[in-house]
Design a binder for this molecule. Structure first.
Ligand SMILES: [Zn+2]
Ligand SMILES: [Zn+2]
Length: 329
């Protein structure tokens, strides 16, 4: 073995790696094995690693958006420029997100290892699968999650489910990065099934999946969710050179208008099922006004765009009130 592990910690954990030639492993794989050996308890090792990964990626990805919100220069790319979140709003949101991470998600993450083992997911095992294999699996998880989310999210807009569960997430009609996980615990559970259910199902069928692939997938999915809530559409944003990608432009409209755009990562399901009709009308209206307003001042154009946004949000408020009113329980 090429790394040092203190003797008392070895015990049964050492048996995990009996027969493994550590000299054949790369540096990352050696660190991975050291982590599992150090904890000498795979459930704890997986649980702690999953929790840390979630916290670091979530808040790490939110930090650039917090900074961007604080710099007026970036307002030119803000989708709803009149609604920049205040520091107080962001802090309130952070507190609720943190509370749900520690009270609801921590126990769930701890239960993840036994569940993963049941479905046959590799956790402590090294070496890792090849990059191509992992990339193909991650792509599949993206497609599965997007479809799951599309239907589950529409269900969450049904009267009683909206009133008692999804309404919390719709607190912000102009979302910001930190608001991505601002949601009712049941919503986290329901929509989280799309994120974790895909890998577990895949693993159950193929018996060929490593948790590292799941971590890469979860990291990318968190990036997607936070960026979609960021409230900014830059000229270099992903959807401008990969038109199937939803991006902030797509999901920001969902928060503003209450209707349309139920998917997460891609646009095609909303397009196929026609649940992006209002969104596309809105975009066309904006484009037409921009063409018609050529020669007018920037302030005049901004005022007109604000009027469109206000009208859309007003319609959204009516639709939201109707959804709540339709709830019999
Ligand atoms: Zn919604
Ligand atoms: Zn949202």
């Amino acid at each position: 073995m090429s790394f040092n592990v203190t003797a008392p910690l070895l015990h049964s954990a050492e048996l995990l790696y009996a027969g493994t030639d550590f000299n054949q492993l790369n540096w990352f794989e050696q660190q991975w094995a050291s982590w599992y050996l150090w904890w000498a308890n795979p459930t704890l090792a997986t649980g702690v690693m999953s929790f840390i990964l979630h916290e670091v990626v979530y808040f790490g990805r939110c930090i650039p958006w917090i900074i961007i919100d604080a710099i007026p220069y970036f307002r030119q790319w803000k989708l709803q420029p009149a609604k920049v979140p205040t520091a107080k709003e962001q802090w309130e949101c952070t507190k609720l997100v943190l509370m749900s991470h520690f009270t609801i998600e921590l126990p769930q993450i701890y239960l993840f290892h036994p569940l993963a083992e049941f479905f046959g997911l590799s956790t402590w095992q090294v070496p890792f699968p090849g990059l191509k294999e992992m990339a193909a699996q991650v792509l599949l998880f993206f497609i599965f999650e997007d479809a799951f989310h599309y239907f589950a999210h529409q269900a969450l807009h049904y009267g009683p489910l909206y009133k008692h569960i999804h309404k919390i997430h719709h607190k912000y009609s102009a979302p910001f990065g930190l608001a991505a996980e601002y949601a009712h615990p049941l919503e986290v559970l329901i929509l989280g099934t799309g994120t974790i259910g895909g890998p577990l199902l895949y693993c159950y069928i193929t018996q060929n999946l490593h948790i590292l692939t799941v971590y890469i997938w979860v990291t990318l999915r968190l990036f997607q969710a936070i960026d979609a809530h960021s409230g900014y559409d830059f000229p270099w944003s992903l959807q401008h050179w990969f038109p199937l990608w939803s991006g902030a432009d797509h999901h920001d409209f969902h928060h503003m208008a209450f209707v349309n755009n139920y998917s997460t990562s891609f646009r095609y399901l909303d397009f196929i099922f026609g649940t992006d009709d209002k969104y596309r009308q809105y975009k066309q209206r904006l484009q037409k006004s921009r063409d018609a307003m050529k020669g007018k001042t920037k302030a005049e154009q901004e005022a007109l765009e604000q009027k469109f946004a206000d009208e859309t949000e007003k319609e959204g408020k009516i639709a939201e009130a109707e959804a709540e009113k339709s709830a019999r329980w």
